[in-house]
Design a protein around this ligand. Structure first.
Ligand code: 56B
Length: 307
């Protein structure tokens, strides 16, 4: 079975036995009907990303950014750009570096250290997230250098027009690892490998015929949006912990159920809205999550390199 089908069937299996986070199936039809048409979806935020210039540079930008598109559990402890979220603070830092000095080469990424990453992102070099970012970039650099001759378009071209094939390759790299365990079973989620495929297509660095097979990208923000919108029901004790700002343990049943529940909801929505794929549902809900209503309430936070 293709990796994306493993992800969706694992997510459905978790959702079917979830104890802490439950899909409100009766809410799906109306919720799906009310989601905006795909035409209204915002594309890439051109100000925060590298969306022009050579395809090789766009591929370098998004593979570099998505290799460090995690840390949401630490975001309350990093220095944010004024009025920007954690994700956009990181994206803008990488974008500024690309604008000033171009892309890091694969060879440079292979040896980049925490202090260099911290300087680019405007962070304390001693912050533990900087060492995690550097380690992820080291692995990315090693794979692009050793497996693809230093070309960031290498993995895209090797995927031969298939987003699923690209996810299959990135999922083998440590820097895109994202498999949890739940009731003794492996639960592949691969949020960043999948968002990388999506971002490369959005940036025009890749053309995929099968992007509709990607699942929703299981982060912490979408379950939060779905809870506030009444589509995922979190048990009261979990809500209380989240609202106290307590970290939820990565790989805990609650955390896996939140992420798997969001993937399952996107599948149910896509079944009700043939014009929307799970990737488009993700973009809609992730964008919605940036709104005041969702920012006003504490969101779940877990510390992992997955999201
Ligand atoms: N499900 C989903 N999660 C996504 C993204 C993105 C960025 N993608 C956009 C970039 C270019 C295109 O416009 C893409 O749409 C980041 N995240 C996650 O959010 C979390 C950050 O939250 P906050 O605390 O607010 O910064 C963090 O876990 C990060 O991994 C997405 O697209 N989908």
């Amino acid at each position: 079975m293709a990796i994306v089908d493993d992800i969706r069937s694992a997510a459905a299996w978790v959702a079917g036995r979830a104890r802490h986070v439950v899909v409100e199936e009766d809410a799906i039809a109306a919720y799906a009907a009310a989601l905006p048409p795909r035409a209204e979806l915002p594309g890439l935020d051109a100000e925060a990303h590298v969306v022009d210039g050579p395809a090789e540079t766009r591929a370098a930008f998004f593979l570099t950014l998505d290799a460090i598109n995690f840390g949401s559990g630490w975001f309350p402890t990093i220095r944010k750009r004024d009025g920007r979220s954690g994700y956009f603070t990181v994206a803008l830092g990488v974008r500024d570096r690309f604008r000033a000095h171009g892309a890091w080469s694969a060879r440079e990424l292979r040896t980049i250290d925490a202090a260099t990453v911290a300087a680019v992102l405007g962070q304390d070099p001693a912050h533990e997230l900087m060492a995690l970012f550097a380690r992820s970039l080291n692995d990315l650099g090693a794979h692009v250098a050793d497996d693809h001759g230093g070309r960031f378009l290498g993995p895209v071209q090797a995927a031969g027009g298939s987003a699923v094939a690209l996810v299959e390759e990135l999922a083998r790299w440590d820097c895109f690892a994202d498999v949890s365990r739940y009731d003794g079973r492996e639960i592949p989620l691969f949020k960043r490998a999948q968002v990388a495929a999506s971002d490369l297509a959005l940036a025009g660095a890749a053309t995929f015929g099968d992007a509709g097979r990607l699942t929703l990208f299981a982060d912490n923000l979408i379950p939060h949006v779905l809870r506030l919108d009444g589509v995922l029901r979190f048990e009261p004790a979990l809500v209380a912990r989240i609202e106290r700002g307590e970290l939820i343990a990565h790989d805990s049943p609650e955390e896996v159920e939140m992420r798997a529940g969001a993937i399952q909801v996107a599948e149910l929505i896509a079944a009700a809205r043939p014009d929307l794929t799970p990737q488009l549902v993700d973009q809609t809900l992730w964008t919605r999550g940036g709104g005041a209503r969702y920012k006003a309430v504490p969101r779940p936070r877990a510390r992992s390199t997955a999201y």
